[in-house]
Design a protein around this ligand. Structure first.
Ligand SMILES: Nc1ncnc2c1ncn2[C@@H]1O[C@H](COP(=O)(O)OP(=O)(O)O)[C@@H](O)[C@H]1O
Ligand SMILES: [Mg+2]
Length: 233
């Protein structure tokens, strides 16, 4: 599909013990397809919450989130699961690999119970080769370094050829060298495969390499290198 994402007046609040915590305030934003967009901001500014809404893992309290002309806030659970499977590859700071599965099995895991038009195992092997792990197909996560585990997670995110990569601090648990390898891999996916990338990071030097940098604070967008006017409630 590969469409731009549009947020219209998106708000998110969490309610617990009768207390309402507003976390995102009236966000209006277009994130262009095929671009590498980074989101920066201090801890607690709402970056992960925003990514989880865009990634359909959670619903906004109010507002619309459109991929092209499809409003994901109007989809039911089954439509969302299919949409997520077809369009989105997630990469998280914690790699979330299944510890009892090999690298190859982890990459194939999202395809379990899905019928697809390609050969699952061959695709998974090809992706592990692409991320430089051809010799680790049968290794368990515990036998891999952090950088290698994150590369397995990247291969897993790509297994259904998503149009969007949503990455939440994917280099956050890695040393500088491995962080750079992972970053460059995601950069390549954007440049070579035309994957649209939304990349949350604390690392300002990595963020600066993006086509666009969006800065958040306290649930607001306070700066945008593309010059959209921030909206303060
Ligand atoms: N499930 C939740 N319930 C209550 N508050 C939450 C929940 N998830 C996140 N928050 C709060 O929302 C704010 C933003 O969190 P988060 O999106 O994780 O920020 P960031 O990723 O920028 O560090 C924080 O103050 C956090 O405590
Ligand atoms: Mg976060």
């Amino acid at each position: 599909m590969n469409q731009s994402i549009q947020l219209k007046n998106v708000q998110k609040q969490f309610t617990g013990d009768g207390i309402i915590t507003p976390v995102l305030h009236h966000l209006n934003l277009t994130i262009e397809k095929k671009k590498f967009t980074s989101i920066v901001g201090p801890s607690g500014s709402g970056k992960s919450t925003l990514l989880s809404l865009i990634g359909t893992l959670d619903q906004p309290t109010a507002g619309e989130i459109l991929y092209g002309d499809q409003d994901i806030t109007k989809m039911n659970a089954k439509q969302l699961a299919n949409f997520r499977f077809e369009e989105i590859g997630f990469i998280f700071q914690q790699f979330y690999l299944l510890p009892t599965l090999t690298a190859l099995e982890n990459v194939m895991a999202p395809l379990f119970s899905r019928s697809v038009s390609f050969a699952k195992k061959e695709r998974a092997i090809q992706l592990l080769e692409q991320v430089g792990l051809a010799n680790k197909l049968h290794a368990l996560p515990s036998q891999l370094s952090g950088g290698q585990q994150q590369r397995v997670a990247i291969a897993r995110a790509l297994v259904n050829e998503p149009s969007w990569i949503l990455a939440d601090e994917p280099t956050g648990n890695l040393d500088t060298e491995n962080g750079k390898i992972v970053f460059e891999l995601i950069q390549q996916l954007n440049k070579v495969k035309g994957c649209s990338v939304l990349f949350v990071t604390h690392d300002l030097s990595l963020a600066a390499e993006a086509d666009r940098v969006i800065e958040m604070k306290d649930g607001y967008i306070i700066r945008d290198s593309q010059g959209e006017v921030p909206c303060f409630a």
